[in-house]
Design a protein around this ligand. Structure first.
Ligand code: ZN
Ligand code: ZN
Length: 194
């Protein structure tokens, strides 16, 4: 008589438990549990009692057990998603280290140059009911422009030319630079956001 089946089963479950606790799935399970736990604001909004700790514990036990039993089904997807999230974080950090970008700012505010102290109000992105206004910068003369776009579904159709009066091109997907000294060492102070 051989115990091969039992041995394989035990190894299988040990791998599952490892992955579900200190392994990569542990974080995902915690995120799911936190989602169930919700927030006091969400509870107030839904007019519900916050879920009891017992319910949360049972929920956690069920998804952990489900994962431990079926880990080969989930593990590839979880690892792919985590690798993708890590890459995105890295890309975000790389971009941020280059300077300010319109799409990470938002709202209306002022930029100030940390090299020459030039200060200027700009629109990064604001939206009303039927249209939005997006910030652009001329890549030649550095002038900032706030350009309105069309209504729903026409966000990429702008109502005025993307060519500056100097002949340069207004761009939104570039690092902001100081119009006076062209430094990229800028700070942004948001005044309001819509
Ligand atoms: Zn400057
Ligand atoms: Zn220009």
């Amino acid at each position: 008589m051989t115990y091969l089946f039992e041995i394989v089963l035990v190894i299988y479950l040990i791998i599952g438990i490892f992955l579900a606790t200190i392994g990569p799935a542990g974080k995902d399970i915690t995120v799911e549990v936190d989602r169930i736990r919700g927030s006091t604001l969400l509870d107030a909004y839904l007019e519900r009692e916050p879920p009891s700790e017992l319910k949360i514990w049972i929920f956690r036990a069920i998804i952990t057990a489900g994962f431990v039993l079926l880990w080969p089904v989930f593990i590839v997807g979880i690892m792919k998603a985590q690798r993708k999230a890590k890459k995105e974080d890295q890309a975000f950090e790389d971009k941020r280290s280059q300077g300010l970008w319109f799409h990470y700012l938002g709202g209306y505010g002022s930029i100030s140059c940390n090299d020459c102290m030039h200060n200027e109000s700009i629109t990064s992105f604001t939206h009303g009911r039927d249209s939005s206004t997006a910030g652009f910068q001329c890549q030649e003369c550095g002038k900032f422009a706030a350009i309105q776009s069309g209504g729903p579904g026409k966000a990429a159709e702008y109502k005025s030319s993307l060519i500056c009066e100097c002949g340069g091109k207004f761009e939104r997907e570039k690092v902001l630079f100081c119009p006076e000294c062209r430094s990229k060492n800028l700070s942004y102070d948001m005044e309001f956001i819509t």
